[in-house]
Design a protein around this ligand. Structure first.
Ligand SMILES: NC(=O)c1ccc[n+]([C@@H]2O[C@H](COP(=O)([O-])OP(=O)(O)OC[C@H]3O[C@@H](n4cnc5c(N)ncnc54)[C@H](OP(=O)(O)O)[C@@H]3O)[C@@H](O)[C@H]2O)c1
Length: 232
């Protein structure tokens, strides 16, 4: 049985991934921020013996050590750093209304937190069969794809996550760990909004089939939900 640890699992793409991994018979550890509504996740955990819920706040620097204490030496086939926010602070995304503190705080949640959680759990990942770290990035973080400008807070945080992904891939290749950045597509969630063309099911089915097919050669690369490679 494979094991996945996924953050931001109480709603949106994280919850959809939890549902599907659980149905597929994986052992699932689902991180959610204490105090956030998580009724659907807890209801699922009541029914599924292979699902456990743990507290995880990406803005809390003590969180990685606490998660490590919960997981102990459990091998983790896939560490899925999914939790993310478009703007943790005040202000907007544009040149006129962006606020400096918002950029820093959002980089903390979207990029630094995945790095620190990965470091805390790396022995668990390296001890598993699949040895995968999947970082939920965004095409908005691609420098090569940025034809529109703006998006200073969110774009910058996901670009930072992309660079972290590439460095982790290089640093961990000797341990056989595969590290990838993923773009889920533009998906109907609280973040993606109603106008998004993709359903959660389409996105997460694509992402899970992509994860199933990853090889050592995939490490350090950036993939769309449908398997297409994306420009950094
Ligand atoms: N939807 C899209 O079109 C799209 C496109 C590209 C990339 N993405 C990425 O996909 C991931 C999931 O997005 P989504 O669309 O499912 O968004 P969502 O519906 O807004 O869900 C975001 C999830 O991240 C969690 N989260 C936010 N800040 C957190 C923190 N400080 N600590 C722990 N958890 C935190 C939220 O928990 P709370 O309930 O506690 O807030 C929630 O579970 C994100 O990384 C996002 O950037 C989404």
């Amino acid at each position: 049985m494979s094991t996945v640890v996924i953050t931001g699992a109480n709603r949106g793409l994280g919850l959809a991934h939890v549902r599907r991994f659980t149905e597929r018979g994986w052992r699932v550890f689902a991180g959610r921020r204490a105090g956030s509504p998580a009724d659907a996740l807890h209801a699922l955990a009541q029914e599924a013996e292979n699902l456990s819920v743990f507290d995880y706040d990406a803005a809390d620097q003590s969180a990685p050590a606490a998660v490590k204490a919960v997981l102990g030496d459990e091998p983790i086939d896939v560490l899925f750093n999914n939790a993310g926010a478009s703007n943790v602070g005040a202000g907007g995304q544009g040149l006129d209304d962006v606020e400096a503190d918002a950029i820093t705080a959002t980089i903390g949640v979207n990029a630094v937190a995945p790095l620190m959680l990965t470091r805390a759990l790396i022995d668990n990942v390296a001890a598993s069969e699949k040895r995968i770290v999947a970082n939920q990035s965004s095409l908005m973080g691609s420098i090569g794809d940025n034809g529109m400008g703006g998006g200073y807070v969110y774009r910058t945080s996901k670009t930072a996550l992309n660079m972290i992904t590439r460095s982790l891939a290089r640093d961990l290749s000797g341990r056989g760990v595969i590290v990838v950045a993923l773009h889920p597509g533009w998906v109907k969630t609280d973040m993606g909004g109603e106008r998004a063309p993709l359903s959660q099911d389409e996105s997460i089915a694509g992402q899970q089939s992509l994860i199933d097919g990853l090889t050592a050669d995939s490490s350090g690369r950036f993939f769309n939900y449908d398997g297409k490679e994306l420009p950094w």
